[in-house]
Design a protein around this ligand. Structure first.
Ligand code: SIN
Length: 553
């Protein structure tokens, strides 16, 4: 049983070979790779081409490029951070193909920071036992990667762009193979409103779902659209319970909501300390890497300190860097601190954890294929198995690069073998799909509130039961309004609210099932890791009765 959003019938149709949804590092790398095979590619992006979530990345890309470093050491650090549920074959692909993928990115024009001799500079972040993080513009790595890839995309006249477009649902053919998608374009001219793009394959690279929480480092467009679309299309998702909360997000007060400024882990990598209001370093003695312990451990330590001391933030102390280092090495963070009245040269930086990265997502194999034929996923929307229960810092841009290249290779091979024929859309199947009632736009804030209270950094059966009940009430209200012929208007705000409600419901269902603490899934009522029961993935699907969670064996 598949599902679809309530939406008007498409008013226009376009045709391409491969449609790529998303303009971050994963989407643009996949698009450029597929173009090399001579296939027509259409890139659909929710905002502007240069506005993908990649541009917010500060720290960098992890790859074993330094002297004495090896993919094997990068693998070890990734597996330790992932807390026992990484898929080792996926991690091996990541770390062994990573260094060359970074070199290919440089060949596409990305300029990383180098020393006076031209050698790439490497920094450290949490969980890495070596300096292994490539960065650009000090702390503007994502912006530089985005600039280089956008320039490459713009210089290819064979690559079509559809900006300001929210994807709605997958289209399939009679065999259930992806055959394109429906979307809503907020534009003017020929492609305005709801339309359809027919394609031989679809690549999802829509980014994350941080907006299910009140405070997140993710931009407002990160509403889980790709995971929601894939679930409605019958695809499997995995590891949704593993949401990474970044330990050091600039604390802007108890009421701060929406996208919050990140203070990169690289600041700690270069020697800043975590301290409480009295100046005491509380990470010392908690882990051999102190402030550079894996991210889940640091987030938990900060949260415990906040609970113990009855406060809602801690501090980062980088005053010893001095003005010159702040300006040269961390210009973005310096500017955002100054914009909020904090001078890191003289002041402690107030920080608190906020939702940052979904380690889970649409389940893929090593070629980026999902469980729906012809539907691929890469980047944060995907669950390749690389991150396990806690993503190692700066592994996500690398994952986007490596697995997008793998998708391009797979599509190229299928195309060359004549296995990528034109697809005709199965109109009857599209009509038969169960329609998801649309919640009112206000549901977005309600979802965020419920999720932050019930399924945030620290969770319990009781807190999640409250969240689940609230989410179910929102779903019932949408269904009742629909049946009373007073449905919410099909428009971007209500589609986004429907996506947020679906992914939040799936996330809570998975988190309720996982009765242990592992990686970034921290349960007050099950404080221990339980390998015998839970060293496995949880698979999420959507069927006629709603969200279904099963254990992978
Ligand atoms: C950071 O710069 O701290 C974020 C990097 C990441 O999330 O990998």
């Amino acid at each position: 049983m598949t599902h679809r959003l309530t939406a008007p019938a498409p008013g226009w149709t376009a045709t391409t070979d491969v449609v790529v949804v998303g303009s971050g590092v994963a989407g643009l790398t996949a698009a450029l790779g597929v173009r090399q095979a001579g296939l027509r590619v259409t890139v659909v992006t929710k905002a502007m081409l240069d506005d993908g979530s990649t541009r917010w990345a500060q720290g960098g890309i992890a790859a074993a490029l330094g002297e004495g470093d090896t993919p094997e050491q990068h693998l070890d650090d990734t597996l330790v951070a992932g807390a026992g549920v990484c898929d080792e074959a996926a991690v091996r692909a990541l770390v062994t193909e990573g260094p060359d993928a970074v070199r290919r990115l440089i060949a596409k024009g990305a300029a990383f920071d180098t020393d006076p001799a031209g050698e790439i500079l490497l920094t450290r972040e949490g969980g890495h036992h070596r300096r292994r993080i490539v960065h650009a513009g000090g702390d503007a790595t994502g912006a530089e990667i985005s600039r280089a890839l956008v320039a490459a995309v713009r210089s290819d006249p064979g690559l079509e762009l559809v900006e300001h477009a929210l994807v709605l649902d997958l289209l399939t053919d009679a065999e259930g193979h992806a055959a394109g998608l429906t979307l809503h374009v907020m534009g003017e001219g020929q492609r305005d409103g709801v339309g359809a793009i027919r394609a031989k394959a679809v690549v999802l690279a829509t980014g994350g779902m941080g907006q299910v929480f009140e405070a997140t480092t993710n931009p407002p467009v990160s509403t889980g659209d790709g995971v929601a679309l894939a679930l409605r299309a019958g695809a499997e998702a995995a590891d949704l319970e593993f949401v990474q909360f970044h330990p050091t997000v600039l604390w802007l007060g108890p009421e701060a909501e929406g996208q919050q400024p990140l203070v990169s882990e690289a600041v700690r990598g270069e020697g800043a300390y975590l301290v409480d209001a009295a100046g005491t370093r509380f990470m010392v003695g908690q882990h051999e890497l102190n402030e550079l312990a894996p991210r889940d451990i640091v987030t938990k330590a900060i949260t415990r300190q906040m609970q113990l001391q009855g406060t809602d933030h801690m501090y980062l102390d980088g005053r010893h860097f001095g003005a010159e280092m702040w300006a040269e090495r961390f210009p973005t963070i310096l500017a955002s601190c100054l914009a909020h009245g904090i001078d890191p040269v003289t002041d402690l930086i107030p920080i608190a954890p906020a939702a940052h990265h979904a380690s889970g997502g649409v389940r893929t194999d090593l070629h980026g294929r999902t469980s729906v034929p012809g539907l691929y996923a890469c980047g944060e929307v995907a669950c390749t198995g690389v991150h396990g229960a806690n993503r190692l810092a700066s592994n996500s841009l690398l994952e986007g690069l490596v697995f997008a290249e793998r998708i391009a290779a797979d599509l190229t091979e299928r195309h060359q073998a004549g296995e990528l024929p034109e697809r005709s859309v199965d109109v009857a199947a599209a009509r038969a799909a169960r329609t998801v009632p649309l919640p009112a736009p206000e549901a977005r804030a309600a979802v965020q509130h419920l999720m932050s209270r019930g399924a945030g950094v620290l969770r319990s059966a009781a807190s999640m039961a409250q969240a689940a009940a609230g989410l179910a009430a929102l779903e019932r209200a949408a269904a009742e309004q629909s049946s009373e012929q007073k449905p919410a208007d099909p428009r971007v705000e209500t589609w986004e609210a429907a996506n947020l409600l679906l992914v939040a419901t799936a996330l809570v269902a998975a988190a309720e099932q996982r009765a242990e603490t592992r990686g970034c899934h921290w349960r007050e009522d099950y404080p221990e890791r339980d390998d015998a029961q839970w060293r496995r993935h949880l698979i999420t699907t959507l069927d006629a009765d709603g969200i279904r969670i099963s254990k992978e064996h």
